[in-house]
Design a protein around this ligand. Structure first.
Ligand code: FAD
Length: 321
């Protein structure tokens, strides 16, 4: 018996969140003796890029190279993953929590008659009752869910598990599936990158600005720092509401939820609704001229100072690194 991992890819690479899901599955397989970790990837991507999933713990990758699956057509993805699950006789499916992952997992739960837990933050307790810990209330609390079904689906929260990088290359096999035309009923005809070099929801580093930046004309320094770090740019809600920045950069409870390794907040007060979108970040750095700004309580590092002094100096120092 094997554990199946549904892996997503973007721009020719397996997404880091999916590699984390592979590492999670590997640790789970070691814990339960469930055997091999088999990943399934859909759509056009090089086999070499897929073999890289081995570094995170995958033994084998099943590749459904049908180009129609390159766009994330949810029903078709669910159908292909279900066939891979049944083909290898898996009882557990692991995937990364993402908007596509959640949509596919919900359909798979029905197809496979499986219990589904999303936002999983650590390996489940598997001896006796099968208990899964998940993050709830935008990271403010945890819940433990008992899974009683034979088939199980676990959607792993980003940054919840250390990425394993010491495995060898995985073997990659073409995997043929039968997908009904009706599963392609909804069509993604084009996808367009919003702005910037790095996509905000996927970014490993985010540089975000708030109302303390005073106006859109000052965003050059945010973009310069982001470019230096290879980061995406974000902003607080009022900044996008007033039109200083596009809405898709708005981070928080009502915007994009990010989980980067590093989140740099510049001139953002740290209201609870903003924190709800960033509290899965590994390291938070806050730059604010008000030492009483609430964001400092959530920060790993803080600089009390005027952004207009601090940011250019910090960027110069980063460039010199
Ligand atoms: P402010 O609160 O005005 O803070 C500006 C900060 O900049 C201050 O801390 C100030 O000290 C600092 N500053 C000023 N000048 C400088 C300088 N020169 N150098 C350094 N620092 C400086 N907000 C979100 O961001 N995301 C959400 O998803 C979101 N959802 C919401 C949902 C609801 C239902 C509601 C009611 C509100 C929501 N909000 C959200 C709004 C939220 O409550 C705050 O109003 C907002 O986050 C504040 O944005 P800000 O920190 O940029 O601005």
């Amino acid at each position: 018996m094997s554990i199946l991992v549904y892996i997503e890819h973007s721009e020719g690479q397996v997404k880091k969140t999916s590699l984390e899901a592979v590492s999670f599955a590997k640790a789970l397989a070691d814990q339960t003796g469930e055997g091999d970790v088999v990943a399934v990837a859909l759509g056009a991507i090089d086999n070499d890029a897929l073999a890289h999933a081995g570094t995170a713990g995958a033994d084998k990758v099943l590749h459904v190279s049908d180009d129609r699956l390159s766009a994330g057509v949810i029903q078709a993805h669910a159908s292909a993953v279900a066939q891979a699950f049944q083909n290898i006789g898996a009882k557990t499916l692991v995937l990364a929590k993402s908007s596509l992952g959640d949509a596919v997992a919900a359909r798979l739960a029905i197809k496979l008659n499986a219990g589904l837990v999303s936002n999983v933050v650590e390996l489940p307790q598997t001896s006796g009752e099968y208990l899964v810990k998940r993050s709830i209330y935008t990271g403010k609390a945890f819940a433990e869910t008992a899974l009683t079904t034979e088939n199980k689906i676990l959607a792993v929260k980003k940054n919840a598990i250390d990425l394993k990088t010491d495995g060898g290359a995985a073997s990659v096999e073409e995997f043929a599936v039968t997908i009904d035309e009706s599963d392609f009923a909804s069509k993604i005809t084009a996808t367009e990158r919003a702005t910037g070099e790095v996509l905000l929801p996927e970014a490993d580093i985010v540089v975000s600005g708030g109302r303390g930046m005073k106006g859109p004309e000052n965003w050059g320094m945010i973009e310069e720092m982001a470019k230096t770090l290879g980061a995406a740019t974000g902003c607080s809600k009022p900044v996008s509401d007033i039109g200083w920045r596009p809405h898709h950069e708005h981070v928080g409870q009502t915007g994009v939820k990010v989980a980067p390794t590093l989140y740099i907040a510049i001139g953002i007060s740290g209201a609870i609704q903003h924190l709800a979108g960033v509290n899965s970040s590994k390291c938070i750095v806050v730059i604010n001229k008000d030492p009483e700004a609430p964001f400092f309580k959530a920060a790993d590092y803080g600089i009390v100072g005027d952004a207009f002094d601090v940011v250019p100096k910090l960027t110069e120092a980063l460039k010199a690194e």
